[in-house]
Design a protein around this ligand. Structure first.
Ligand SMILES: *[C@@H]1O[C@H](CO)[C@@H](O)[C@H](O)[C@H]1NC(C)=O
Ligand SMILES: *[C@@H]1O[C@H](CO)[C@@H](O)[C@H](O)[C@H]1NC(C)=O
Ligand SMILES: *[C@@H]1O[C@H](CO)[C@@H](O)[C@H](O)[C@H]1NC(C)=O
Ligand SMILES: *[C@@H]1O[C@H](CO)[C@@H](O)[C@H](O)[C@H]1NC(C)=O
Ligand SMILES: *[C@@H]1O[C@H](CO)[C@@H](O)[C@H](O)[C@H]1NC(C)=O
Ligand SMILES: *[C@@H]1O[C@H](CO)[C@@H](O)[C@H](O)[C@H]1NC(C)=O
Ligand SMILES: *[C@@H]1O[C@H](CO)[C@@H](O)[C@H](O)[C@H]1NC(C)=O
Ligand SMILES: *[C@@H]1O[C@H](CO)[C@@H](O)[C@H](O)[C@H]1NC(C)=O
Ligand SMILES: *[C@@H]1O[C@H](CO)[C@@H](O)[C@H](O)[C@H]1NC(C)=O
Ligand SMILES: *[C@@H]1O[C@H](CO)[C@@H](O)[C@H](O)[C@H]1NC(C)=O
Ligand SMILES: *[C@@H]1O[C@H](CO)[C@@H](O)[C@H](O)[C@H]1NC(C)=O
Ligand SMILES: *[C@@H]1O[C@H](CO)[C@@H](O)[C@H](O)[C@H]1NC(C)=O
Length: 808
């Protein structure tokens, strides 16, 4: 075996230049975890992370919305684009269109010349520059000052956003007249509500303003950002802090105080839909130049929206609401304790921010579901499970099993009422399936990890079997396509004949390997439920990945043979091989040509080079297929080190960081984890390599830094040393604490090689551990050194594979 020394890998360790050690070895008594959360990570260059105020899994998510088409997906972006308003619901990190952002509000100090039509109404007219350096983002809070001289702060409860606008005094606020003369504005604030959403998808909407209270209520019907159908949403805005002066509605850039309501619908001509809304104008605020706006939200009715607001924030208490939000986050994060001795603030911030971002979505819409009556929890914004099954749900299972349990119950309830589990779902609509039916993996993962409380596993099993057996008519939004071929030919033919349903007839390679893994997960559940025949059937199907492996396929890059033979390749109905360059859809070659759109290829958002490693159920078999452990390790290292062959910004790249474990070289997994963190996951606006994807990126870095990588869908965690001296996780259901301790820890990360390990004092040789460590607690002690050792390298130390150990 080739032994690697730390000197050889040092170059791979990239450090943020401003990294500095925290002097206090133990947790300082004034430690506040919220100081280590930076919601602005991933708010530029396509990260699309939500940077605003939210509770854990909350429905209300308020932030300032930018007008940049490329960056507005999560509402705010840390670029130089203009702000068009503040809206109350968002999704985090979506790769598709902008999501939600319904009913934005916008405030003005007064209308020039005190003439209502001199105020700005449309998004285009009112777009305003931010004051550089004025943005403040932390858990439960977001603030920004615009060039209107108005400072806006926001915080939230579960279904209500609360805004505090601080207006300038007369002397400091100015407006420019069309003739370019600058005038001081009269202090008579106007706050408008816009009957629109971020993607301008409104189909219809209604709004009304109460002339006495100034309350504005309304509804709108919109389309989801990555799915089919439409959804309706409701709001209720109340004001506090100033006397009402006048009220009315607006359309385009005209406004009037009569009538007090309006309705709009798609007219077949105007696209985007006509700008329209309502407004309330105030006399000068009574104190501190502040006006508070409370926006209640609902998917049921305006009345429910008002009720949510009145129940959750009866007195407009901003500081109290903020305090409660901060406490909710502290409490969520309190189950994890780290000894951060020597570790820079930046690295700690990457860790805690990743944890925080993993608890933004899915969103708890329980009590807001109009589609069916049920006493089960209802979560939405599973956006998308293809992204989140790999690390978001496994992380939640460790740090918040109660929420994960509620999510599993909601997934099963969606199956009960919609007939299928979702692969993606947002705003009560079916979202687009990217590959397999990956909720099967989420369910199996939770099933194996004792997520049981109130879970109807019999129906859960029925749901995953339905994915495997019954092809839905429209398999672009649920279930799987090509099941006839899957059952009879044992692969998804590239030219499949599938008159039983419809969907995008692409991705035959990636669908084949994903269906195989999904079926393996079903086999595990079957085994656990003592359904022996089912278990055997799905275990057999889990081997079908082999049918798209062409053992003779070579790969050339820049005309040079990579010397690796055997790749997943297209295969036709007649059994002959097609050809897709193994590097196609890596950053090296037509990177973006493997999306869902027509003309896509046989692998989804990644290359055959990458997908050829996707056999999590049977890595032992894959390793033999690829020529044995030595070749496998070489190939995996080639994937990671050939420039631009692997893109870590898509979630399929996560598991290959740790797959060295299966080749008996767990040390190399640790090396790769340090290669990517912090070079690609760091404490900057640009600090994630791809779309945040509802916490996928954040959960990757946090899990990698905690040292036990979960192989989602299996009761297996691959052991690497944590990035901290010690990591403790207390299980919220059993109350037991799992301690992972590094002996010889050094914060320069030269000692990243495990020399030996003990579990509860007894020698531990296996390079993986099971979930009972987390649920039952224990102490895993890793002794580190500067050189790769024999620890975890033996045949009996390897993680399970179906061909060698059967189903876990
Ligand atoms: C504020 O920003 C907007 C958008 O860039 C611009 O049109 C407007 O003139 C600015 N207003 C002031 C007072 O600078
Ligand atoms: C704010 O910062 C951006 C760069 O992020 C710069 O382009 C812009 O000119 C700055 N605006 C002001 C008013 O200084
Ligand atoms: C918000 O919702 C969560 C469930 O998602 C719940 O645990 C929490 O208690 C709620 N907060 C309040 C203040 O009701
Ligand atoms: C606003 O206008 C007044 C009067 O013209 C002027 O004194 C003041 O400096 C201006 N303020 C700003 C912020 O431009
Ligand atoms: C600019 O327009 C304002 C408001 O219409 C008017 O009062 C003022 O006299 C105009 N100034 C000039 C220089 O034309
Ligand atoms: C602001 O100006 C308006 C008239 O333009 C005046 O009525 C009001 O008293 C002024 N407010 C302050 C705080 O100076
Ligand atoms: C929205 O409100 C209007 C006016 O009250 C009502 O006619 C309409 O049915 C509502 N739309 C929805 C989707 O609830
Ligand atoms: C982890 O738990 C152990 C055992 O309870 C305790 O001794 C240790 O101080 C904890 N470490 C941290 C970082 O909280
Ligand atoms: C599984 O979860 C249940 C309910 O949460 C609990 O009572 C039981 O002790 C757990 N079993 C294990 C093995 O963790
Ligand atoms: C098999 O089908 C493919 C795709 O239609 C076709 O290109 C190829 O010629 C066929 N091969 C044979 C042997 O029929
Ligand atoms: C790669 O992209 C180029 C330019 O869009 C296109 O002409 C070519 O057909 C693409 N190749 C493949 C295999 O899709
Ligand atoms: C931070 O991460 C981004 C995105 O992966 C990367 O482009 C950038 O180079 C990294 N910055 C540092 C200082 O490592």
């Amino acid at each position: 075996m080739h032994i690697l020394s730390s000197g050889q890998i040092l170059a791979a360790f990239l450090w943020a230049s401003n990294a500095h050690a925290s002097p206090d070895p133990s947790k300082p008594h004034d430690f506040d975890v919220l100081k280590y959360v930076n919601p602005l990570i991933g708010t530029i260059n396509g990260g699309h992370a939500f940077a605003g105020a939210s509770l854990p899994f909350g429905m209300a998510k308020s932030v300032a919305d930018v007008n940049s088409k490329e960056e507005r997906q999560g509402g705010f972006a840390s670029d130089n684009s203009d702000i068009t308003g503040f809206s109350h619901m968002h999704d985090s990190g979506t790769g598709g269109a902008a999501s939600l952002g319904n009913f934005p509000i916008f405030a003005q100090t007064g209308c020039p010349g005190d003439e209502i039509n001199n105020c700005k109404f449309t998004k285009v007219d009112r777009a305003s520059r931010r004051i550089n350096g004025s943005v403040e983002a932390r858990p439960g809070y977001f603030a920004i000052t615009l060039n209107t001289s108005i400072h806006t702060e926001m915080t939230v409860t579960n279904h209500t956003s609360l805004y505090r606008f601080t207006f300038p005094t007369n002397e400091t606020s100015n407006a420019t007249y069309p003739n370019q003369t600058t005038h001081a504005l009269p202090l008579s604030p106007l706050i408008l509500v816009d009957l629109s959403d971020l993607p301008d998808s409104r189909i219809k909407g209604s709004i009304a303003v109460d002339p006495t209270s100034g309350r504005i209520t309304g509804n709108g019907t919109f389309t989801p950002s990555f799915g089919i159908g439409s959804y309706s949403s409701y709001f209720c805005a109340d004001f506090s802090g100033a006397a009402i002066r006048d009220t009315g509605v607006w359309m385009n850039n005209r406004a009037g105080s009569e009538p007090k309501h309006l309705s709009v619908a798609t007219d077949g001509v105007n696209s985007p839909p006509l700008p329209a809304g309502a407004w309330t104008q105030f006399h000068a605020p009574t104190s501190k130049n502040e006006i508070l706006v409370r926006v209640g939200l609902s998917f049921i009715s305006e009345a429910k929206a008002c009720q949510n607001a009145e129940l959750e924030i009866p007195d407009f208490g901003f500081d109290k609401t903020l305090q409660a939000a901060e406490d909710a986050w502290r409490s969520k994060l309190s189950v994890v304790n780290i000894d951060a001795t020597g570790v820079s603030d930046d690295i700690q911030t990457v860790f805690w921010s990743g944890m925080y971002k993993s608890m933004i979505s899915p969103q708890d819409y329980t009590g807001e579901n109009k589609l069916w009556d049920s006493s089960e929890p209802y979560y939405d914004s599973y956006y998308c499970i293809w992204d989140s099954f790999r690390s978001v749900h496994p992380l939640l299972t460790i740090v918040d099993p109660t929420s994960q349990t509620r999510m599993i119950r909601s997934l099963i309830d969606i199956y009960r009422h919609e007939g299928k589990l979702p692969d993606c779902r947002m705003s009560f609509c079916k979202g687009l399936t990217q590959g397999g039916s990956n909720a099967d993996i989420v369910l199996a993962d939770s099933y194996l990890k004792n997520i049981t409380e109130g879970v109807d596993w019999a129906t859960g099993y029925e749901a995953v079997v339905s994915d495997a057996e019954d092809e839905p008519l429209n398999w672009s939004v649920e279930g799987r396509g090509g099941l006839h071929s899957w059952k009879n030919l044992h692969y998804i033919p590239t030219d499949d004949f599938d008159p039983y349903g419809f969907g995008p007839f692409t991705r035959s390679i990636s669908r084949t390997v994903e269906y195989a893994y999904d079926d393996f997960c079903i086999a595990e559940m079957a085994k656990g439920m003592n359904k022996i025949a089912d278990g055997e059937k799905y275990l057999e199907r889990s081997e079908y990945w082999k049918n798209m492996y062409n053992p003779h396929q070579t790969s050339h890059i820049d005309g040079k043979d990579t010397n690796f033979v055997g790749f997943l390749q297209p295969k036709y109905l007649n059994g002959t091989w097609g050809y897709q360059d193994p590097i196609l859809c890596s950053p090296l070659y037509n990177f973006t040509s493997c999306y869902l759109s027509p003309g896509g290829h046989e692998t989804y958002e990644g290359s055959s080079w990458l997908y050829t490693f996707f056999v999590p159920q049977d890595m032992a078999s894959l390793i033999l297929t690829l020529g044995g452990p030595e070749t496998f390790i070489k190939r995996l290292t080639y994937l990671h080190s050939y420039p631009d062959l692997l893109y870590l910004g898509d979630e399929q790249a996560f598991l290959p960081v740790f797959q060295y474990h299966y080749g008996g070289r767990p040390a190399l997994s640790a090396v790769q984890a340090h290669t990517y963190i912090p070079s690609q996951f760091n404490n900057t606006f640009n600090g994630i390599p791809g779309n945040e994807d509802s916490g996928a990126m954040g959960s990757f870095s946090s899990l990698a830094m905690m040292g036990l990588w979960p192989v989602s869908g299996q009761d297996v965690y691959l052991i690497t040393p944590p990035f901290f001296k010690e990591v403790n996780i207390t299980n919220g259901q059993t109350g037991k604490t799992a301690v992972v301790r590094n002996i010889n820890f050094d914060a320069e990360y030269e000692n990243v090689f495990i020399q030996s390990a003990t579990l509860d004092g007894a020698p531990y040789h296996k390079n993986w551990i099971s979930h009972s460590f987390y649920s039952q607690g224990g102490v895993l002690e890793l002794t580190l050194g500067t050189n790769e050792s024999a620890w975890g390298t033996g045949h009996h130390d390897l993680p399970p594979s179906s061909s060698t150990s059967g189903v876990a």
